[in-house]
Ligand binder design. Sequence first.
Ligand code: Q9C
Ligand code: ZN
Length: 355
Amino acid sequence: MKVIYSEECAKHAPKYEILSGNLVDYFESPVRIEIIKSHLQSFSSSHNYTFHESTDYGIDAILAVHDSDFVQYLKTAYDEWCQEGGDKNGILPEAFPHKNMPSFGRNSGAATAIAKAGHYCYDLSCCIMGGTWLAAYASAQVTISAAKALMEDCSLPNENGPIGVFALCRPPGHHATNNLCGGYCFLNNVAIVARLIISATSKKVAILDIDYHHGNGTQAIFYSTSNPIYVSLHGHPDYPWFSGHASETGEGEGEGYTVNVPLTTETDDKKYLEALRSVIQKIIAYEADFLVVSLGVDTFMHDPIAGFNMTSGVYIEIGKHIKSIGKPTLFVLEGGYHLETIGINVGNILEGFNS
Ligand code: Q9C
Ligand code: ZN
């Protein structure tokens, strides 16, 4: 199985974040992908992982999802902030334009770097530092490179079931909308490749989001289209708090093509697999040609920011279930913050798929 990565992904590395009102070490750290990479490298199984550095395919696929003013903001926020005398550690929002404030929805209300930070971000998890744009861009290029590899390789014969490629990227993407960062996410990697695969092949794509958190960004980007279908299993109620209800099913041409399965925080292996089986039936009925998986392992029982009760063994079963869909599959890393098990848990999903 091809694993695509980039050293550039390490260039975004905030020191701290605010979690439940406390200053704590930043959970979404560069170490995450190093641990996963060395785990896959040392894996003693019959399935060979080959590691490939990403290629830079340029900005077009990114701009097919994200607004150009938002991209411009991500690129320039840190320099503007420094020119205005800001702290070298990076920039975080100070206030957010809510809907009964005079400047709500008006770019003109955001004149300085700190005002723009509130305009283009919806929480306090997305500090923009000197290397943030480089890392977010690299994360998108890793995912694009993986999608290109999948599209090339999926016509080759494969005896062992569907072909898969793994985009070993960070920062993650599924909380980013067309014009907002949030939830550790700046560019929506999965949305970028879903749209890329659709425009390159004219085929149908299903996005299966198994990160613990609802992928509000991916849902919003595709809410009024029937291709791709967006399907999410997630902890509820939990972050990002204002989306992910079962009643959110899409609108217009997209009606019925958003599927949310909110699960209570007591969810264990058995309940999770039951829910997974039910959404897999929906994906099979949709007759997708490609599957893109938002792969988060923050569903693990000891994850420091999430609430499920799942064990490492269940990830092998999850991988096998994903394999049963039988389509070329792009795995894209999202969350997962328990460093002691992140390698095993991601590895188990890929092992289940490759078995
Ligand atoms: N009490 C991803 O997993 N803060 N993002 C959560 C929880 C932000 C998670 C606070 C969590 C974002 C990709
Ligand atoms: Zn998550």
